[in-house]
Write a protein that binds this ligand. Sequence first.
Ligand SMILES: [Zn+2]
Length: 838
Amino acid sequence: MQKLLPFLIFFIFVNSFAQQEDLSLDYYLPQDVSYNEEIPKPQDIIGYIPGEWHVTHDLLLNYMRELARVSPRISIENRGETYEGRPLILLTITSEENQNNLEEIRQNHLALTQENASSLDTEEMPIVVNQGFSIHGNEASGSNAALLAAYYLAAAEGEEIQELLDNTIILFDPAFNPDGLQRFSSWANIHKSENINPDPQDREYDEVWPGGRTNHYWFDMNRDWLPVQLPESQARLETFHKWSPNILTDHHEMGSNSSFFFQPGIPSRTHPLTPDINQDLTREIGTYHAAAFDELGSFYYTEENYDDFYYGKGSTFPDINGSIGILFEQGSSRGHAQETDNGVLTFPFTIRNQFTAALSTLEAAKNMREKILNYQRDFYKNARNSAENGAYVFGSEKDASSAYELAKILKKHKIDIHQIEEDFKTDGINFKKNSAYVVPKNQRQHRLVKAMFERRTEFEDSLFYDISAWTLPLAFNLDFAEDVKMNKAGQKIENLEKPEIETVEKSNYAYVMQWHDFYSPKALNMILEKGLRAKVGMQPFSLENKEYDYGTILIPVQNQELDKEEMHEFLQEVAQKSNVQIDGIGTGLTQGVNLGSNQFRALEPAKVALIVGEGITPYDAGEIWHLFDQRYDMKITKLDTRNFSRTDLSGYTDIILPNSWGSALDDGDIEKLKEWVRDGGTLIGYRNAARFFEREDFMDLEIKKDSLVAEDISFEEQRDFRGAQGIGGAIFEANIDRSHPVNFGYTNDKLPLFRNTTIFVEADKQSYNNPIQYTEEPLLSGYISAARLDSIAGTVPFKHTGMGRGNVILFTDNTNFRAFWFGTNKLLMNAIFFGEEM
Ligand SMILES: [Zn+2]
């Protein structure tokens, strides 16, 4: 009997949450209002009551389109598509009268953020609320609740809803991450049993790699609001800046044993550029959530666990834009129901909480409308008043593409940028017209600009939910000056255009291409893929007063697959597609090494494989896949750890092992990999691969031991103490040896690197083996503990070693971080194309 008891309790639970037979809309919807019968209920379109199944994105879409078709309160637009081609729709929900004056309302609303806004009357002005759901696809209660919220807003009748809709413009985004939602819903639905089984060990609750959290290229899209590199974020951002919403909500899920969280987060971990009033208003909005949850009987908490520091998150980004971002986190059923510390947590229960928070947000918005509108106006007024004169200028004399890519981000954020009036030099840096941009400090987006450009090394708290630094000119490895006079500014840029390149002059002798531009690997890959012979210059040279740096690519005209005419035509195409300058030259008699010298080494087409699957960090792997596929148009083969033993490696020139945990590869796999390296392959490992390379004898490495000892730290403080020793993500400076192939293409002798590990590798005794080495005071931006800062100084984030006829290369840092670290992408490409020359 004693043994039976848990089972009995278990079955009682099962029966009490039961087979959802009696699940109806009544479970979710307020019962004190009537609903317009003309409006289709979710089940009329998707075929079931929300919560019975996990809604797929296509069914969600069908329902939203139908609502927009029948309801005069709803208009719908498509703002683009995901990588998998799913529409990125947005519903605008408000009263019928407002729908007819939407553009006028929008203009009046935006005027609040402009100069001379003080004369505007906010008394009659609607408030704008942007509600977004399930940016992490496997946190699905949000998007499933969106079905109910949209229905309620379309169908509810009576004074209360009318008052809400008269006073509110709701920008309703039912699925922030369509591809992830689709992936996860398939997983949860294919495992659902007729008799719902809440045993957490059931396969339903344990997704296979890479899971549904991320988008197509395995990015965490809730980190991309600031760098805005992904199509989904670009659509969201366009809506944000088109409307300047007052409140933006971001509906997530967390661990199954948790209840429900709403912001504010931990007060000491709010970014200092966010005004205090923002957090006060967030707290006041929180009282509406608390009241609604109290009534429902649901548990919740606030001001714990989460923070408001990194502006790339959906709930923090609004805070630097005069808006209020709010994070919701619901304990996840991660499927249809799970046993938890709080009893059985059902999917419908999680949906109901999200739905409730969506409505309490709107209730708060309606009641606090004027106060919040005035806050927005003050935010922009105060920002202008506090702005210094002068401007930032950034650029790169030799890599116009990287400067252009950063300028693109600024334009997406509606930041004013100017061309430079004429070439100039400041602090020893040349800024040139085609590759430099001026950013005035005194402008509407003053605070956002500051958040993007500032270097910050002092912090109130030593714990961070995410990265502590993202200084964009450092991430792009651009030259920048923080205080130039506005008289350096030329015309304001309305339409940003790609940097200009000169046409390729026809040559009967040779073509050369510098390796500085961000897109030069794309050009080289096209050339090698075409079957053309190309070489890399190991030393600089000059010709006709033009300096050609380390790593210049040489394409001879003679003895090629293409004749002279075809060659010229093809290289014009390459230059145009990659936007990289290619020069036709008439002589090999250069200053420095001549073109016939053995200092030009023959290059092979790269056939690259990437190890993915269980044990590999999906983000890191996805960043690499994205880099090759989206930026450089290079094929990359994804080899699954599951099948590695059966894979034929012989065709690959390079294999990349991203960050991994545990043993992604077994002993047989490791031996196979070694054999492939000895036969001439180049193996490139990232981050934790350092320990793997050391343990499995791929490389001789001296990794610093963790010798941290706690003194005067109590049990309660233990976690914070440990946490403070982590590097969540900060920016460090290294000295680089530009003559080493890993650094080809770089023009300065210093390089900023992004690091989020605490693996410190000792430098080699031979200085020429340390082409990238942290300086003695390497911290450029972000948080690191004093002890860790001591550890990192003078260590090396890069190692190369020969093994048989092949090469093993290690990067301890993530050079491809979140697709916005353009500045260090070249390191990986150098390892790929020039690994054999190291
Ligand atoms: Zn989440």
